[in-house]
Write a protein that binds this ligand. Structure first.
Ligand SMILES: CC(C)=CCC/C(C)=C(\C)COP(=O)(O)OP(=O)(O)O
Ligand SMILES: [Mg+2]
Length: 431
């Protein structure tokens, strides 16, 4: 259950007047200490019992070990980052047999793409999340007809979420992220893309689906019609149910953070749809602005709820944290543009992604545009890491540093999933 909310700290006029990053961070750290004092020293960042002793680590490749070391160094900061609580917990309640570490998954990285390999996700957790999500999709929300089963399985959402959330204390925590991921993709597929989606009428559909996350408060006469509507199609059933589970584990401010990120996502879908309707190719910077909203952001920003702790709202809202989150979200989403490039070229009509927009607007060859998109991604990743390291150093509050690490691990897990999902994605023949 969520911890009771502390009363909001008073903001000082000097903080409001100053936009200096270091000042704001120092202020945020002081506020976090004040909140700790206001709660009698009860740590706000640890809302679940201590994690069980981690199992022996899988044997990651030398490359993965080196990359993990680099990331630890970035986030260690001046006073040292404890990593014990960030290692995968035991998978309690799992019915799958304990197996040897998974064989490395297939798929090649985009050549030249700056990324960090991750250890193979725990196969026991992957199997259990896969079993539970299928049962939720079929029995609780009637998500898809039988003939979509191969695509559901091919999405490999269990592998995705276990790779992205190695610090989830239990499979129940992982399920919070997994249901939302499936629901988000159901809305994208069924409302926007190739499972019956269309730009026409999208605004109305998205707004009504958004009320499954952010409920309608209206008169007694109209409330029941709205409540019924949440059961009337698969995307709404999925959003409603996934959000109900999420609200049960999140604090009110974590739930509201998520709603805000989903509103951003829906705004991005609408801009993409508006451009598709008129076959408009935006300038590159305009495309990047749209893609900052039509973005994976709602996934890494629940890392604390899935990890069983809370990054206080004030620390999440600070400009330096917002910049780190935006850079991370943008890097993860350009990863999608690169790995889904051939899939999107093969889909009907023109599907915008970064290489396509660069080629069109800058008048360069497809291959050169793809290479330039890799450079854009790499710069975003380097900026993300530099700004995350600076924030961790300037604001050495345990919740901040754990959250930053959670976002970084999500970024790496997202790349791993795209690389290894050869059912869904394939690289272009540019090398
Ligand atoms: C999970 C989530 C919040 C998704 C939001 C937006 C989204 C579907 C993406 C960022 C993925 O991009 P895209 O629509 O291009 O997906 P595929 O390339 O079709 O996998
Ligand atoms: Mg894509």
């Amino acid at each position: 259950m969520p911890a009771p909310e502390p009363s909001p700290p008073q903001s000082s006029p000097s903080a409001a007047a100053s936009h200096s990053g270091a000042y704001v961070l120092a202020e945020a750290a002081a506020r976090a200490r004040d909140i700790g004092a206001a709660t009698g020293g009860r740590p706000l960042v640890a809302r679940v019992p201590p994690l069980p002793t981690p199992p022996p680590a899988d044997a990651p490749t030398a490359e993965a070990r080196a990359a993990g070391g680099a990331l630890d160094r970035i986030l260690r900061g001046p006073s040292g980052l404890g990593t014990v609580s960030l290692r995968p917990a035991r998978c309690e309640g799992a019915s799958a047999p304990v197996e040897a570490p998974a064989a490395p998954a297939e798929g090649s990285p985009v050549p030249g793409l700056y990324h960090h390999p991750v250890p193979e996700p725990d196969p026991v957790r992957v199997a259990e999340v896969g079993r539970r999500i299928k049962s939720w999709a079929l029995d609780e929300v009637e998500l898809y007809p039988e003939d979509w089963e191969d695509q559901f399985d091919g999405f490999s959402v269990g592998r995705y979420m276990v790779a992205c959330h190695p610090d989830a204390p239990t499979v129940d925590h992982l399920m919070l992220a997994t249901r939302l991921m499936v629901a988000e993709n159901a809305v994208d597929d069924c409302y926007c893309e190739d499972h019956g989606g269309s730009p026409i009428g999208l605004g109305g559909r998205l707004l009504l689906a958004h009320t499954a996350l952010d409920p309608l408060h209206t008169t007694k006469e109209y409330q029941p019609r709205w409540a019924e509507s949440l059961h009337s199609d698969a995307p709404r059933r999925a959003y409603r149910s996934a959000m109900e589970y999420f609200r049960g584990a999140a604090s009110p401010s974590q739930a509201d953070r998520f709603r805000h990120d989903m509103a951003r996502l829906h705004l991005g879908y609408l801009a993409e749809a508006a451009w598709a309707q008129t076959d408009h190719v935006p300038e590159v910077w305009e495309y990047l602005a749209m893609r900052q909203f039509n973005n994976f952001r709602p996934c890494p920003t629940i890392t604390d709820t899935v990890g069983g702790y809370e990054l206080p709202a004030d620390l999440h809202a600070g400009p330096a944290m917002q910049r780190v989150i935006a850079l991370a979200g943008n890097a993860t989403t350009i990863v999608n543009d690169l790995y889904s490039y051939t899939k999107e070229l093969d889909s009907p009509g023109r599907h915008l992604n970064l290489p396509v927009v660069i080629a069109e607007r800058e008048g360069i060859a497809d291959r050169d545009a793809y290479m330039k998109a890799i450079d854009v991604h790499n710069e975003l990743m380097h900026d993300f890491e530099a700004e995350a390291a600076a924030l961790a150093a300037a604001c050495p509050v345990p919740g901040v540093r754990r959250f930053l690490r959670g976002v970084a691990v999500w970024v790496d897990g997202n790349h791993y999933w795209h690389r290894t999902n050869t059912y869904r994605y394939g690289l272009p023949d540019f090398w």
